[in-house]
Design a protein around this ligand. Structure first.
Ligand code: DLL
Length: 432
C-alpha cells in the first residue's frame, strides 16, 4: 500500500465539490425520509418534502436535529437501516440514561476510516510509520477511529488505548513509535513523564494527532517543544462517526472539513438563522454519505468560524477554526463530556441540596476538577472523620456517574455565593 492520499477528493475544485454535495444530499434526504419516521415527521411538521431539496442551497429548509432529539429517539429511533445491517455501536461518555449511541454499517466504518486516514496523511503519516494510538478504545470513538485510519495508511499500528503511562513509554521506546494519537492533555502528560525520566533521546516521535477536547496554541507549542514533534489538531463527534470530520494539514491554521462527506453550516445559536461565511456561530453538520446514522443538520453546540481561504497544502475543503466554546453547558474535562445537571442529580440522590460549584482549571497542561458542595446543616457539627467519609462517598458516586474523578469539598451551609440571576455553577479557569 503506497501513500494513502485521497487527492482527487481532497483537492477537488469547489464548484465540482458543490455539485457532488448536491447530488449526495438529494440522495441522503430521500434515504432519511424513506427510513427514519422520526425525522420524516419533523420534515412534515416543517412542510418540507424530499422534492424540495435539490441541493445545498435548499439545506436551510430542513429541520435541525439536536442532542435532545437523539435522547428522545434513543436508542434506535434514528437508525436508517435494518439493525442486521449494522456492525458497530459507539457512544458518548456520559450517564447511562443520557448516552448518545451511534450506529455504523461496514460501509460507514470504511468511510470513517478514510476520514481518519486523511488526517494521518496530512500529519505526514505513511506506511513507514509506527502509529501509537493512546486514545481510549471501547465505546469512545477516538481509539477505533484512528486505529482504522492507521490501518488504511498502512502504518504499523499500536492500539495502546489510554492509561498505563509506564507501558506507553516502554512501547514508544522499544517499538519506535513515530506518530502519537491521543488527547492533548494526555500528550502533555506523556511529554512531562518523558522529561522526568530523561527518555528524550530514546523517543522518536515526529508528529502527534490530538483532539477530542479544546487546547490552546500555547499548549501546542509546549507539547511540540517537549516532544520534538509537530502537533496536529483533529475534530469530530460521536454523532458524526467520531474523529476525522476535520483535521489539520501542514499549515496548522485550522482544520479541513471532509466536505465530500459532511456539509458544514454556521448558524446563530439563538435564532437558528444561517450566517454568512466568516461569521462566528454554532457549527451544524449534515452527513451525506453515512448509511446507518445519517444525521441531517445536526447542531454540534460547538462555536466556530469557517474559512474558504486557499490553503498552501492544496486541499480545497473548507477549514474550521478550533472550537471557541459551546452554546450549551457541556464541559469537556480530561476528554470526558460532563454536564452540570449530572452532578446535580448525584448530589440530590445523595441527599444534598443543589448548592454547589464546579471549578475546572488546567495545571501543567492537565485538567483539574473540583466540586464544592454545601453540607446539610445537620452535618455541621460532625467530626472531621465523618465529613471526610461523606466526601469520599460523593467522590465515588460522581465517578460512577461521570466516569472521571472529581475532588469533592464539603463546605459550610450557605457559604457558596447565591446569585441574583442564573446561578454560577461553573467556574472554568482554563485559558483556551
Ligand atoms: O471527542 C471524537 C474525537 C475523538 C475527536 C478523538 C477527536 C479525536 P465526543 O466524545 O462525542 O467525540 O465529543 C465531541 O468534543 O462536540 C467538541 O465539543 C469536542 N471536541 C472534539 N474534538 C475537538 C477538538 C469525540 N479538536 C465533542 N478541539 C465536540 C476542541 C473538540 N474540541
Amino acid at each position: 500500500m503506497a501513500n494513502y492520499y485521497q487527492k482527487e477528493m481532497e483537492t477537488m475544485p469547489q464548484e465540482q465539490l458543490r455539485a457532488l454535495q448536491d447530488e449526495r444530499l438529494v440522495k441522503q434526504v430521500r434515504h432519511v425520509w424513506d427510513n427514519v419516521p422520526y425525522y420524516r415527521k419533523k420534515m412534515e411538521e416543517k412542510g418540507v418534502a424530499p422534492e424540495d431539496i435539490r441541493g445545498v442551497a435548499d439545506l436551510y429548509k430542513l429541520p435541525f436535529l439536536s442532542k435532545d432529539d437523539l435522547r428522545e429517539a434513543y436508542p434506535y429511533g434514528l437508525l436508517a437501516v435494518p439493525k442486521k445491517d449494522c456492525v458497530r455501536i459507539h457512544s458518548t461518555s456520559g450517564t447511562t440514561g443520557k448516552r448518545v449511541v451511534a450506529f455504523y454499517t461496514q460501509h460507514d466504518i470504511d468511510l470513517w476510516d478514510d476520514c481518519c486516514a486523511r488526517a494521518i496523511v496530512a500529519a505526514g503519516g505513511t506506511e513507514e510509520d509506527v502509529c501509537h494510538i493512546a486514545y481510549g478504545f471501547g465505546l469512545f470513538t477516538g481509539g477505533a477511529g484512528l486505529n482504522g485510519g492507521s490501518h488504511k495508511v498502512g502504518c504499523l499500528t499500536l492500539p495502546m488505548s489510554s492509561g498505563n503511562t509506564d507501558r506507553q513509554l516502554q512501547f514508544m521506546e522499544d517499538l519506535g513509535s513515530t506518530i502519537l494519537c491521543c488527547t492533548p492533555s494526555y500528550a502533555a502528560y506523556l511529554a512531562e513523564s518523558i522529561h522526568e525520566k530523561g527518555l528524550q533521546d530514546k523517543i522518536h516521535l515526529k508528529a502527534g494527532i490530538f483532539g477530542a477536547e479544546a487546547w490552546s496554541e500555547d499548549m501546542r507549542h509546549d507539547i511540540e517543544e517537549k516532544l520534538g514533534i509537530k502537533a496536529y489538531d483533529i475534530y469530530g463527534l460521536t454523532e458524526t462517526s467520531g474523529p476525522g470530520v476535520a483535521f489539520e494539514c501542514s499549515e496548522q491554521t485550522g482544520m479541513h472539513i471532509n466536505e465530500d462527506h459532511f456539509i458544514a453550516e454556521i448558524i446563530d445559536p439563538d435564532t437558528g438563522e444561517v450566517l454568512p461565511e466568516g461569521s462566528k456561530g454554532e457549527l451544524v453538520f449534515t452527513a451525506i454519505t453515512k448509511q446507518a446514522f445519517p444525521l441531517l443538520r445536526y447542531r454540534t453546540r460547538d462555536i466556530c468560524i469557517l474559512s474558504r481561504k486557499p490553503c498552501s497544502c492544496g486541499r480545497t475543503h473548507v477549514k474550521m477554526c478550533k472550537p471557541m466554546g459551546r452554546s450549551d453547558d457541556m464541559l469537556i474535562i480530561r476528554g470526558i463530556n460532563v454536564f452540570p445537571s449530572q452532578i446535580e442529580t448525584v448530589l440530590i440522590q445523595q441527599g444534598y441540596s443543589a448548592n454547589y460549584q464546579i471549578i475546572v482549571d488546567r495545571v501543567n497542561n492537565s485538567d483539574t476538577f473540583e466540586v464544592m458542595v454545601e453540607m446539610n446543616p445537620d452535618m455541621f457539627s460532625d467530626s472531621l472523620a465523618k465529613i471526610t467519609a461523606a466526601e469520599k462517598k460523593l467522590v465515588e458516586a460522581l465517578k460512577a456517574m461521570l466516569g472521571i474523578a472529581a475532588k469533592v469539598k464539603l463546605v459550610t451551609p450557605k457559604s457558596i455565593t447565591r446569585s441574583e440571576g442564573k446561578a454560577v455553577r461553573v467556574i472554568d479557569r482554563r485559558k483556551i
